[in-house]
Design a protein around this ligand. Sequence first.
Ligand code: TXA
Ligand code: MG
Length: 389
Amino acid sequence: MGYGRSSRIRTCDPLLPKQVRYRAALYSDVGAGIASALANRKKLYKGEYSSRHAIRGAAPAMKLGLKTAMIPVDGAAQPAARCLEDGGLVAFPTETVYGLGADATNSRAVARLYEAKGRPSFNPLIAHVSDLQAARQIARFDDRSLRLAEAFWPGPLTLVLPKATGCPVSDLATAGLETIAVRIPAHPAARDILRAFGKPVVAPSANLSGHVSPTTAAHVLGDLDGRIDLIVDGGPVSVGVESTIVGCFETPLLLRPGGLPREEIEQVLGEKLARIPDDGGKADAQPLAPGMLASHYAPRTTVRLNAATLERGEALLAFGPHLIPGSDQAIVMNLSEAGVLVEAAANLFGYLRDLDAKGPRAIAVMPIPHDGLGEAINDRLQRAAIPRS
Ligand code: TXA
Ligand code: MG
């Protein structure tokens, strides 16, 4: 059997550190979850999971029948690493958003990941590694990319680089591209897991494809309960928007604005980052960072940008100390009363989810400045505002 290494089917049946057992009362599902993860494995080996269905289309709402365990970060590295080793899917915190990790070298695990997310297969994944040496085993760096790596890693920057010769990452994870997206996350729990696992971990944001990215473990559970094996709960993340993606091509390209402001990158490069030609909001456009589909970061509710007044039935996503007319009777969530962009980024996805859940007629969003993290915030909001059929 191509996938099985039966002598190792103890993953997700981890010899949980005492600490975790002790705290299991808080996470009462741990014991049962771990046990049922074993059953998950058995189904997997019997080939009861088909990846074809979900890879083809949008995420089906149904669960995949897995029991999803949730454990706290303390002592999570070893169980998480064993689960990954066994082909499991592990959600873990990074400083940007929660990621859904799979062994990047295991095509079967990567296929399960696409299935769990309901993600289109043409959308390649970011390989996460623990240090620069590990990054150099999967990607080729030149002077410029090394400078960026040294300045910003670990941190919220992803570099798209030529694949290294002999790169062990599955072609399914890179969607057959000659390039690979690489990142060293800064979150201590993410780094501990990566170090314990010792191989690259592909990790898209841990949400159903098309949904808003998760910034808490509860968001992950809401989307992926019954679809993944393990969630490592590290509390709310600090940055709140995904990493900035830079394509290290002849001209360095900003493929996705994100948690590291463009200005800081340009300062280290000593040159401007070109921005990819925008897709003009067309849902079927083919962007250069293939995952940047126009309508991507999407709540269910209609989103209206740059609101100057609030209309009847709308909820307000506010920014800054001065609310717009019409707000007094409405549901209001303020991204940052003080008008601080870092705070707004950290609150963005959680507030979008919360407002969405309250079921207003629409979510009106106040204007947000474009500098610093404002570029990423406005990018995500524009995508959330694109009408979907
Ligand atoms: O902050 C983040 O980057 C989070 C955390 C978990 O690390 N991850 C994340 O992954 O946002 P994901 O899969 O949601 O977004 C990855 C983006 C997609 O837009 C994808 O198309 C792009 O990276 N990408 C991956 N490989 C690429 C490549 N070789 N060339 C261009 N774009 C690539
Ligand atoms: Mg995503």
